[in-house]
Design a protein around this ligand. Structure first.
Ligand SMILES: [Zn+2]
Ligand SMILES: [Zn+2]
Length: 317
């Protein structure tokens, strides 16, 4: 079956490519025996097909970049290495960050920034840091408890929206947040409307306190003349564990996910922490389709425990 999908994908059959992508999300290892064939056929996209690539295939991709004969494919090859998150890929990205490979001048970002697409980064100490959880739970929407007077967004005056109210004493939540180092209650409050225009930061404490960050910068193009609106009255609660960390969907109903890896609609956008400048840890995704029948786009939640900052950003097609 997979052989057949690969054959069709090589003929640019979009359905086959999508099916391969679904396999790579549900059970990435299933594609491992086929990575060599995919590479032989020059099937480099989507790079997520290569999540479970082993040393052989990662080594071949690195050789191809070092060979410099396909600079036009550098973007795809770097994405493959990022998604593989393989130690060899990590070494190669580090090396190329100071000795850029052929084609690097045409990239929009530095080579090391590609790591973020695979959910990891190289910290200032030179060590790798994984930004995402290896476990994921479906986030199921429930009616939010009636809130006593919520603070209002300083920009648009709408009541702030509680995007998540988590407590690590729940083992499922503790596991999904383990990579962040957070212990206690975490309330992520943001503006449902203004978060669509810029990353909004808040200060958070393990007692569940949350405050709008005074240095959030209002974009000049933000309107706000429509008057206050009510945010959704839904709150996500942790549902069943997912079979893999790659099954969040920014598009489909039921795609909201605590933990695991983000389904970015655009390029990866792990928010940078205002406290230390490093990328924040990823917490989860709330799909617009789960908040509203006609909702679109997705809200991405981030946390940097050492600095006590949470963030929400938003992407749409
Ligand atoms: Zn607002
Ligand atoms: Zn920080």
């Amino acid at each position: 079956m997979i052989e057949d999908l690969i054959r069709r994908a090589a003929d640019e059959d979009d359905d086959a490519i999508e099916e391969l992508g679904e396999i790579a999300a549900a059970d990435p290892q299933r594609l491992s025996p086929y990575h060599g064939a995919l590479l032989d056929l020059d099937l480099l996209w989507p790079a997520t097909l290569y999540r479970a690539a082993g040393a052989d295939v990662v080594g071949r991709v690195i050789e191809q970049v070092d060979g410099g004969r396909t600079p036009d494919r550098l973007n795809h090859l770097l994405l493959i290495l990022a998604h593989s998150a393989h130690p060899l890929a990590e070494d190669a990205l580090r090396r190329w960050s100071t000795h850029p490979p052929a084609g690097a001048d045409d990239l929009h970002v530095g080579v090391l920034s590609y790591a973020a697409e695979g959910g990891w980064t190289i910290g200032p100490d030179g060590n790798r840091r994984d930004l995402c959880a290896d476990v994921a739970h479906r986030w199921v929407m429930r009616d939010a408890p009636a809130s006593a007077d919520r603070s209002a967004c300083p920009w648009c005056a709408s009541p702030l929206w509680v995007a998540a109210d988590l407590d690590t004493t729940d083992p499922a939540i503790g596991a999904a947040l383990a990579h962040t180092g957070w212990s206690g209650r975490l309330v992520v409050e943001t503006c449902h409307f203004c978060a669509c225009y810029t990353t909004l930061y808040s200060r958070v404490t393990p007692a569940g306190a949350t405050t709008w960050w005074a240095d959030n910068t209002r974009p000049s193009y933000l309107g706000g003349d429509t008057g206050p609106e009510d945010p959704p009255t839904l709150l996500p609660v942790a549902g069943p564990a997912l079979a893999s960390p790659y099954q969040a969907s920014a598009w489909n109903q039921g795609g909201s996910t605590l933990g695991g890896r983000p389904d970015w609609i655009q390029d990866a956008e792990h928010a940078d922490c205002p406290g230390c400048g490093e990328p924040m840890d990823y917490v989860g995704l709330i799909g617009g389709a789960d908040l509203d029948e006609f909702g679109e786009g997705a809200y991405y939640l981030h946390l940097h425990q050492p600095c006590g900052f949470a963030a929400v950003n938003y992407q749409q097609s």
